[in-house]
Each structure stands twice: as C-alpha cells, then as structure tokens.
Design a protein around this ligand. Structure first.
Ligand SMILES: NC(=O)c1ccc[n+]([C@@H]2O[C@H](COP(=O)([O-])OP(=O)(O)OC[C@H]3O[C@@H](n4cnc5c(N)ncnc54)[C@H](OP(=O)(O)O)[C@@H]3O)[C@@H](O)[C@H]2O)c1
Length: 286
C-alpha cells in the first residue's frame, strides 16, 4: 500500500470530525493537517494537538491527503469544498459526515475536478465532545453513499454501514433527529414535571431505559403500555387537567402518536387529544 493511502486531512475540527480522525489514527492513519475557521482558532489548535499534527488553512490542508474528512456544520460544506479544492490531491477521497446532506454537495467540485472521489458517511451516533466519542463508534450504524471505499472505512472504524440514497436523506435525517434530539427534549419535559412533585429525575432512568429496550426487542407497538394503550380515557383527562398549560401540547401530541400505535380508533380519545388549543374539560363541563 502506498504511503499516501493512509493519510487523512480533517476540515472541521469539532466533535464529530475529531472523533472520526481519532478513530482513523487508531487504524494507523496519519493525520497530515487540521483546518478550521482559522489555523489559530481554539478548536483547530485543540484538535491538532489531540491528533498530533499541525494546523493549516482550509485552502492548503488537504495537500498530501488520500482522504479528506469534511466535518463542518452542514450549511458550510459547499463553501469549504470550494476553499479546499486547490489542495485536494488527484484521486483523493473526500467524505463529509452530515446526515442532512447527500452527494449533491459535490456537484460544483466534480464539475471542476475529475478524478476526485466523493462520499458521505453519517454515523448514527451522538458525539457530545471531541474526545469522548471514539468508543461510541464500535457497533454504531452509519449511512454511507458514494465511493465504495467509504463503506470500507466505516467498517474499519467499527461502524455498521448501510447505503442511503440522496432522495431518502430528508426523512432519514428527520428520523435520526427524532431518535436523538426529540427524545432528549421529551426527557426535558419529564425533568420539569418531576421537579414539580419533588421526585428526582434519576428515578425515571430505569423506566426510560426499560421502555427503550422493550421498543427494540418487541417493536414500538407491542412495547406500548399505559393509559392510551389501555383505552383509559379518565386518566388521560386527569393528566391534561393537572398539567401546566405549557406542558399540554407536547403531552397531547405524543399521546396521539401512542394512540396511532395502538391501531384502534377511539372517538373519546380523539376528542380529548384533537385540538391542541383546547383547554381540557373540567369536571362538570359537558
Ligand atoms: N456531533 C455529533 O454527534 C454528530 C454525529 C454524526 C454526524 N455529525 C455531523 O458532523 C458534522 C459536524 O458536526 P459537529 O457536531 O462535530 O459540529 P461542531 O462540534 O460544531 O464542529 C464543527 C467544526 O467545524 C468548524 N467550522 C465551522 N465553520 C467552518 C468553516 N467555514 N470552515 C472550517 N471549519 C469550520 C467549527 O469551528 P469552531 O469550533 O471555530 O466553531 C467546528 O470546529 C455535521 O455535519 C454533523 O451533522 C455530528
């Protein structure tokens, strides 16, 4: 194998990029340079230190790299590719990590450069910091597209690659956002409600982890328990009455999703959950 085949440049020295680059270093890749907003930007300097390499301008950093990882915010990818183009080597593989962007981001680059290979690799995992993520790679799935070497690289990092077409990317990324960010937002609601009754947030941890385990073991529909699954309208009504009005929209929206999972129609429940703006009925109302 030529020396150039295991050289990588990182553009976008944040959480995901540094994690992937560290994973590649563990697989005997050499990082030839790190480019960020500026060579002396704190994140660029920090990533270069972790990866035992130097910093450079985005327009120069890809020189000598067989692999160029683009790990900037999604909206910056095209602009970064434009800036990096002069230093991208013939035959190099350029891979971005964005879940929301496909191979379309490369159209301007490929118009100008033949022989450059491109791909996308989106790890279905969360990297909360630049240095604590490497151990999270093993066993995580990753959406890949483009050059076949992308899947090979993903596998070498311990990821489980699956193909994703650009036309499916919007819905795929929405699912990933729901699985990660919306789940956290939901736990924020649990934390707020727990605080109002002086119950520690941690008390809900076994319930949450058990429910998630059940959803993957049994499928979401069979894992569903609770008042909506039981058709217990009185309890749902009581919840809506007791909740702060600011908490009701989310409760109703998710209870409707739970009702959808049961596959049953219940006109009483439909009425209760139907209009997000309606206050819940108080006892005595008709
Ligand atoms: N974090 C995750 O859990 C995760 C998981 C899977 C995929 N991804 C994907 O990975 C990519 C990066 O996400 P992230 O979470 O790692 O973000 P991040 O921590 O904010 O890192 C982005 C990095 O890009 C740098 N940057 C911003 N604009 C730039 C530009 N114009 N030129 C060069 N560098 C620039 C930022 O510099 P500053 O530090 O100076 O702001 C920062 O170092 C995204 O496409 C995201 O979808 C992230």
């Amino acid at each position: 194998m030529e020396e150039r085949q295991r050289t990588v440049a990182l553009i976008g020295p944040g959480r995901a990029g540094t994690t992937i680059a560290l994973g590649l270093v563990e697989q005997d890749w050499t990082v030839v340079g790190v480019g960020g907003r500026a060579p002396d930007a704190p994140s660029t300097v920090a990533a270069a230190a972790v990866l035992a390499t130097g910093t450079g301008l985005v327009s120069e950093v890809a020189r000598g790299a067989a692999l160029v990882i683009i790990a900037t915010p999604d909206r910056a990818i095209e602009q970064v590719l434009l800036a990096a183009e002069p230093s991208i080597e013939p035959g190099a593989l350029v891979v971005h990590l964005a879940g929301s962007r496909g191979l379309d981001v490369y159209s301007a680059l490929l118009d100008r450069r033949t022989g450059v290979r491109v791909g996308a690799m989106h790890p279905l995992q969360t990297f909360p910091s630049a240095t604590t993520g490497v151990e999270r790679l093993a066993g995580a799935w990753a959406a890949v597209a483009g050059d076949p070497e992308v899947a090979e690289i993903a596998r070498s990092l311990g990821l489980r690659p699956f193909d994703l077409a650009d036309s499916d990317r919007g819905r795929y990324h929405a699912a990933a956002v729901i699985a990660s960010n919306h789940l956290i937002a939901l736990l924020g609601q649990v934390e707020r409600l727990a605080a109002t009754c002086a119950v520690p947030f941690e008390a809900f941890a076994p319930l949450v982890t058990g429910s998630v385990r059940n959803a993957f073991a049994l499928g979401p529909a069979d894992a569903l328990t609770g008042p909506v699954a039981r058709g217990d309208l009185t309890t749902v009504e009581q919840h809506l009455r007791d909740l702060d009005p600011a908490e009701r929209d989310a409760y109703r929206a998710l209870a409707r999703e739970a009702a959808r999972l049961t596959g049953r129609r219940d006109t009483g429940l439909d009425r209760l959950l139907g209009d997000l703006r309606q206050p819940p009925a108080t006892p005595g109302d008709d």
